[in-house]
Ligand binder design. Structure first.
Ligand SMILES: CC(C)(COP(=O)(O)OP(=O)(O)OC[C@H]1O[C@@H](n2cnc3c(N)ncnc32)[C@H](O)[C@@H]1OP(=O)(O)O)[C@@H](O)C(=O)NCCC(=O)NCCS
Length: 256
């Protein structure tokens, strides 16, 4: 519901995970007719103290017209370019020179997980706790610092997750959901790879997301063949097009 306008639906954009009725600032390209809605998602996570923290300073742009989205994003008043942020979408052509981008393919699932009984002497399902975040941070290619650790802790606290533990209670494999409602941080330790463990985790998370009424989708680096194969093995389909995570970091002002 947007300022009395109900049923806003922009099919080009992925769904975003939102809780209940939270009021917060939205930026639109025009009013009352609008083609683009820009919203920060950081309110879902934590107060962001560090200006360089692009992990938690997430934004989403919903749009029915790429040009209007681009024009809104290039408007200096619509987004705080003085803080690092990231945003997902198809709009790679943004001209602002402080933006870097990572290309992904999107996969979605039709929700037809078969009921299964899982029993193994090797691994069992456990609960991911914020104290596990440092293990996740250690193996994350884009992480390994204090800000990424804080971000991972907040994902574990706020969103669904699933993990498998060994007999000693040590992590073997896991997957999280991010504030975009996207499967993220899927990981299996090398000694357990190629045995379908991540598939069990995807099924577990799929049922959690389904129960919450959300669709299931994943964004994967196009060259990550093991990850794409593990998703295809579970019945995911690759969506057409390429999606981008844009990362903007402020350039220090040389006068200061
Ligand atoms: C992607 C990943 C989570 C898959 O986990 P998994 O539990 O091994 O998943 P699966 O058993 O379903 O295997 C998936 C694919 O990995 C490949 N694979 C098989 N054995 C493997 C092994 N010993 N080592 C590495 N990859 C292997 C195969 O391509 C396999 O697909 P196939 O069974 O159709 O041939 C895991 O490889 C991983 O943690 N990679 C590093 C982190 C990463 O890239 N995460 C995804 C971020 S989007």
């Amino acid at each position: 519901r947007l300022g009395g306008v109900q049923g806003v639906y922009f099919p080009q954009t992925p769904p975003v995970f939102t809780f209940g009725h939270i009021e917060y600032l939205l930026v639109v390209d025009s009013w009352p007719e609008f083609k683009t809605v820009l919203t920060p998602l950081c309110y879902l996570l934590q107060v962001i103290k560090n200006k360089l923290d692009f992990y938690a300073n997430l934004h989403a742009a919903f749009y029915s017209d790429m040009d209007s989205c681009q024009a809104l994003l290039e408007n200096e008043d619509s987004i705080d370019w003085g803080r690092a942020f990231q945003m997902q979408g198809e709009y790679r052509q943004l001209k602002n020179k402080h933006l870097g981008w990572i290309a992904f393919c999107l996969l979605t699932h039709p929700y037809l997980f078969l009921f299964f009984r899982f029993k193994s002497d090797l691994l069992h399902f456990g609960t991911l706790k914020p104290s596990h975040a440092s293990s996740l941070n250690d193996v994350w290619d884009f992480g390994g610092n204090d800000r990424s650790l804080c971000y991972l802790e907040s994902l574990i606290r706020n969103f669904p997750s699933a993990c498998l533990l060994d007999k000693e209670g040590q992590l073997a494999a896991w997957c999280l959901i991010d504030p975009y409602g996207c499967l993220t941080h899927g990981y299996t330790f090398p000694q357990y790879r190629g045995q379908g463990w991540i598939g069990l985790i995807l099924q577990n998370l799929g049922r959690q997301m389904h129960a919450l009424g959300f669709p299931l989708y994943a964004a994967v680096l196009a060259e990550n063949e093991p990850s794409i194969r593990s998703l295809l093995n579970q019945g995911f389909h690759i969506l057409p097009g390429t999606y981008y995570t844009l990362i903007s970091t402020p350039v220090p002002n040389p006068k200061h």
